[in-house]
Write a protein that binds this ligand. Sequence first.
Ligand SMILES: CC(=O)SCCNC(=O)CCNC(=O)[C@H](O)C(C)(C)COP(=O)(O)OP(=O)(O)OC[C@H]1O[C@@H](n2cnc3c(N)ncnc32)[C@H](O)[C@@H]1OP(=O)(O)O
Ligand SMILES: CC(C)C(=O)C(=O)O
Ligand SMILES: [Mg+2]
Length: 573
Amino acid sequence: MANRQQPSSMPIHKYGRYEQVDIPDRTWPDNRITVAPRWLSTDLRDGNQALIDPMSPARKRAMFDLLVKMGYKEIEVGFPASGQTDYDFVRSIIEEPGAIPEDVTISVLTQAREDLIERTVESLRGAHRATVHLYNATAPVFRRVVFRGSKDDIKQIAVDGTRLVMEYAEKLLGEETHFGYQYSPEIFTDTELDFALEVCEGVMDVWQPGPDREIILNLPATVERSTPSTHADRFEWMGRHLSRREFVCLSVHPHNDRGTAVAAAELALMAGADRVEGCLFGQGERTGNVDLVTLGMNLFSQGVDPQIDFSDIDEIRRTWEYCNQMEVHPRHPYVGDLVYTSFSGSHQDAIKKGFDAMEADAKAKGVTVDDIEWAVPYLPIDPKDVGRSYEAVIRVNSQSGKGGIAYVLKNDHKLDLPRRMQIEFSRIIQAKTDAEGGEVTPKDIWAIFEDEYLPNPDNPWGRIQVKNGQSTTDRDGIDTLTVEATVDGEDTVLTGTGNGPISAFFDALQSIGIDVRLLDYQEHTMSEGASAQAASYIECAIDDKVLWGIGIDANTTRASLKAVVSAVNRAAR
Ligand SMILES: CC(=O)SCCNC(=O)CCNC(=O)[C@H](O)C(C)(C)COP(=O)(O)OP(=O)(O)OC[C@H]1O[C@@H](n2cnc3c(N)ncnc32)[C@H](O)[C@@H]1OP(=O)(O)O
Ligand SMILES: CC(C)C(=O)C(=O)O
Ligand SMILES: [Mg+2]
C-alpha cells in the first residue's frame, strides 16, 4: 500500500539525530519487572520548582503528609538554599516530632556551590535519615555555554561539591543523622556516556561507597531526547561500566518531553535501574517528571505490588490538586474522570459480557469475583481497586448500543433484559440521543424505561389496567383465569381458559378483540429472600406488531400477566 504523505514545510534541518549506543549484546529487552523499585517523590522539589505559584508551607505540608501516607520512603523535600520558604519547610518537618516517620528518608537538592552546600546541609540538622543531592550539568552545551569550562573543570565541580558536602555533613550533622549522598550528572541524556561515567567515578572516589555506605547515582533525562529503548541502552551501558556497582543505587529520573517518560522509566528498570524519581500525576518541569502513579499502577495491573497505596485515588488527586493548584486531565491514566468510562457501543457490549462472565466464573468456582483473575474487556484494572464505583463505567450517548443500556438496567435495577428486548429498548434510547444529542444519564434511562414498559401509578396510560387476577387449574391441567381490570376506562371482568395462565389470559383478551400470540418468554428473580421480586419478559405478536412487555412482581404468575399487559398497552400506544 503506498504511503501518500507529502513532505511538509517544517524546518527539520534545525535538528540532529540522537546518537545510538553501541551495545549489540544488550540484555534488557528480555528482562521483566517483577518487584517494585525504590521510589523517590520529587513533588516538593522538581514538581514545586515548576509551578507558576510554588506551594505555600501549608500546601507543602499537605503534599508531604500525602506522600508519607501513600507509602513513599524517599521524599525530596525541597531546595533549602533557594530561599527561606524551602529552608523553613525542611526545618519544620524535622523539628515537629513524628512528622517524618523513622523509615522515611528526606532528601534535599543543591548546586555544587559552597555557600549553597553549607546552607543545605545545615537545613538537615537533627534529621533522622537525610540525603544531600548534588547536581551539576555535564552535557557539552552546558560545559560550553553555562560553565564555560573544559571536561576536567566540570568533573572538578562535581568532585569538589562532593567533598564539600562530606565536610559540612561532618561539621554540622550529629551522630543521630543517618546521612546519605546522591549525585546527578544533569542532562545525562545529552552527556557523552564515557564522560558521564568518568564524572560519576570521580564522585565515587571521594564518597568511597562500600558496605553500609551506598551512593545514589541518579542519571536524569533532564530533557527527554531519545526513544525509551535508547535510554535503556544508556542505562545498561552505565550499569556494565560503573565500578563498585554493588554499592551504587542506580536511579532514573525521566522527564516527559517526548511523552514517553513512563516507558523510559520502565525500560530503564529492565536495564538495571534500582530506583525511580518522579512526581504524582506527572507534575514537573515543562511536560513533567515521570508519573509515579502511572508507574505504580502499571505494576499493580500486572500483579506486582507497587508498595504504594493507591486505593483512594480520588483523595490523592484532590490533595494533589489543592497543593499544585492544577487539575488532573480527564484522560489521565488510572485517575482521570473518564478513564474507566465507555461511551461506545461495542466497548459497552464487551464490558457487560465481561462482568457477566466474571460473575458466572466466580459462581462456578464457588468464590466471589474478587477472588478470580480480573478479565473485563476494556478495563485494565477493576475500578473498585482505586476506590471508584462501577457507576461511570458505562455512559450512554449517541455512540452507545444495546449492551451499555442493558448494563445500566442490570447494574442499577437488576433487570437482565433478553437480547431482542435490549435491541428494542436501545432503539428507543437512540431516538432520544439522535434527536437531542448529549448524554442520557442512568436516571434518564430508567425514566424512559418506566414510561415505556411499566405502569405509571401517577399517570396511568394504556387500554388495560389489571387490578386482580385469580386462576384455577382443573384435573386435566386446564387453567381458568378471572381478571378484574379496567379496559378503556371501564371496570370489567375478563375470563379465559388455556394450558397455563398466560394462554388463559390471551384467551380472555380475545373476548375484547385483542389478538395476542406468544413468541418468547423469559423470567428471572431480581433478588434473594422472602420479599424477592421476579421480572418476566414477554415477546408477543399483537396484530401486525412484534413487541416486548415486562412485568415485575413478587409472584411470578402476576409478573407474567403484567408483562402481557405491558406489551398489549404498548401495541395500542
Ligand atoms: C534540572 C533541575 O531541575 S536542576 C534544579 C533547578 N532548581 C532550581 O534552580 C530551583 C532553586 N534555585 C534557586 O532558587 C536559585 O538558583 C539559587 C538561589 C539556588 C541560586 O541563585 P543565584 O545565586 O542567583 O544563581 P543562579 O540561579 O542564577 O545560578 C546560576 C549560577 O550558578 C551556576 N550553577 C548552576 N548550576 C550549578 C551547579 N549545579 N553547580 C554549580 N554551579 C552551578 C551557574 O554556572 C551560574 O554561575 P555564574 O553566575 O557564575 O554564571
Ligand atoms: C536535579 C536533577 C536531577 C534534575 O531534576 C534533572 O536533571 O531533571
Ligand atoms: Mg528534573
